[in-house]
Design a protein around this ligand. Structure first.
Ligand SMILES: [Zn+2]
Length: 134
């Protein structure tokens, strides 16, 4: 009898490794700007990226602990699924499980967006010199 795999933990490991890569990137951004703390991180995630937003939100604090991103707020924006129709040339938004052209109903479509994970913006809290507040 095969051993049951712990599917949930496997998924969380996937999101944790994504968060670790993200935190490395945030640490780099912080260093470039004089070592400020990361206040807000906006991620754009497509429904077809295979990334679970809820798992990502859980994994982020674990990955960020002890880094300049430790107190950052993670904001996840769901990217729309957009397709280009090969037959009629129209670009339409669609549901992730229904990649049909919204104009002519053709199945011959190409995915334009919806499978991405992008770091949309980062807000840093810079250590402000006291002299600057006059
Ligand atoms: Zn079409």
């Amino acid at each position: 009898m095969a051993r049951r795999r712990r599917v949930l933990s496997d998924a969380a490991v996937h999101e944790l490794s994504i968060c670790q890569a993200l935190v490395r990137q945030l640490r780099g951004i912080s260093t470039q700007h004089g070592g400020g703390e990361v206040a807000l991180v906006k991620l754009r995630i497509g429904p077809l990226s295979g990334i679970e937003s809820a798992q990502l939100e859980q994994a982020f604090p674990l990955a960020a602990a002890g880094t300049p991103a430790a107190r950052a707020v993670l904001e996840i924006i769901t990217a729309p699924v957009r397709i280009h129709c090969v037959d009629c040339g129209t670009e339409t938004a669609t549901a992730p499980n229904r990649l049909l052209c919204g104009c002519c109903g053709s199945l011959r479509t190409r995915l334009l967006s919806g499978d991405e994970m992008l770091l949309e913006s980062v807000e840093l809290e810079l250590a402000m010199p006291a002299a600057a507040i006059a």
